[in-house]
Structure formats: structure tokens, C-alpha cells
Ligand binder design. Sequence first.
Ligand code: SF4
Ligand code: SF4
Ligand code: FES
Length: 257
Amino acid sequence: MVQINLPENSKVQKGKYYKDTTESKNIRKVNIYRWDPSSGENPRIDTYEVDMDSCPSKVLDLLNKIKNEIDPSLAYRRSCSHGVCGSCAMNMDGKNGLACTKPHAEIKGDINIYPLPHLKVKKDLIGDLSTLYKQYESIEPWLKTNTKIESKEIFQSKEDRSKLDGAYECIMCACCSTACPSYWWNGDKYLGPAVLLQAYRWIIDSRDEEKKERLKKVADELKLYRCHTIMNCTNSCPKDLNPAKAIGEIKKMLATS
Ligand code: SF4
Ligand code: SF4
Ligand code: FES
């Protein structure tokens, strides 16, 4: 029988335990994935006892509290704190989401926090999104027109504008792509749900004049058709978008064009 072992240096080990020093009666245990490539050590899970009486409601507040009051070495991304920038995406309680919008009260038992799955880790909770950004660039996410326009604005009817609902709200947080099994195994070739939703957003924009070229660009066995409609992407989107449907629409357009 084939035996598959993880390389020794990738095994996650038990880490440090930070005991509460406040004598609070309202303590929760928070387990966090830690890895510092410069240390040469294996990844580990550190456990923090946190006084919840002085912690605001979201997982990001919890991380900020740990970083500010217990362990300043903890690394994670965040910026807006309002579910707008997408930078605080991570895996909490086994599900991808935004730390700044996820209430920690929704998590029962110990709070487990990991980086987004199946990405190379840069440090602690920070995943390497460089491949995804290159793929995003490859779909040329900007308006393309060939017609000379006299006015400064390109007008769009209310009806055409409403077609972008469900697509323009995407904040490129990567929760969907990193929850997609096809993207796990073929992430270097398959564009994944986040980028394909963006491709769709430009394909259907009534002001764009390169619909055909855009469709041609994604019509590829690996770039598009690696989607097997497993729907993990849609289940994991913190903005309640439906990238699987957008992918289906692209396939439909290709089949009928
Ligand atoms: S579709 Fe949703 S999960 Fe995917 S990148 Fe956009 S906002 Fe994030
Ligand atoms: S529907 Fe397609 S993109 Fe979404 S998780 Fe499944 S395979 Fe991935
Ligand atoms: S910090 Fe911007 S989305 Fe969470």
C-alpha cells in the first residue's frame, strides 16, 4: 500500500501556551496557526487565554487584542475593519471568512484560526496571494472600448447597470478560491471562482467592447472548465455572492455564442 507522509518540516507542532493574567471569569481559548519562515522551525499552534469581558465582538478584535496585549509577534493582514478591503480573510472555526465581520460569539468551544487553506504561507495567518493577483491581472479587469467617445462619461441604462449586481460587490478576498477543491489542485492553471467572477463582471458590462475577446480568453479546458460546480465557493463567500453561478453563465455564453 502507498504511504504518504508529510515532509518533517511541514508537520504542525504544539506551540506556546499563553495563560490569562487578568484573573477574568470570562476566558476563551484561542488556537492560532503560527509559522515564521525565517526561524527555520516547523509551524505550530499557539494557544492564548483571552479575557472576553474586554474584547469587542469580532474575530479581528480578538486578534488585535492578542497582538496588542499578549503577543506582538502575531502576523495577519487587515485594513478597513468593515468588510470592504478583503485583507483580513482567513479560516475561522473551519470556514473561510472575514475576521472583521465574523462574530466570535458564533464560534462554539475553542476558537481555531488558520490562514486561508491551500495557499503558501508567508507568515502566521498571511497567505501568499501572488498567483491569484497575477490571474486577476490576466483577465484585464478594466473597461475596454475602441469607439472614440466625445463625452467624459460612458452612459449605462439602469437595466444594464443592474446586471452587474452580485458581481461588482466582490472584494477579492479569496475566500471562495481557497475553498474550491479544483483551485487547490490546479491553482496555477485554473482561474478559480474569484477571478472568474471578475471576468464575468467585465464580460457582461454593457459599456465594454471586448466581450468576444474576453470570452475567448477564458474559454480554456484548464482556466474555466476545471470548475465542476461543487459550490464550495458560493458557500464560503462572506459577501453572499454566487461565483459558481457566474461561472455557469460564462459557460452558457460560450455554449450559445
Ligand atoms: S466572490 Fe466573494 S469570496 Fe470570492 S473573492 Fe469575491 S467577495 Fe471574496
Ligand atoms: S463551483 Fe466551481 S469554482 Fe466553485 S467551488 Fe466548485 S469547482 Fe470551485
Ligand atoms: S479588514 Fe477589510 S475586510 Fe476585514
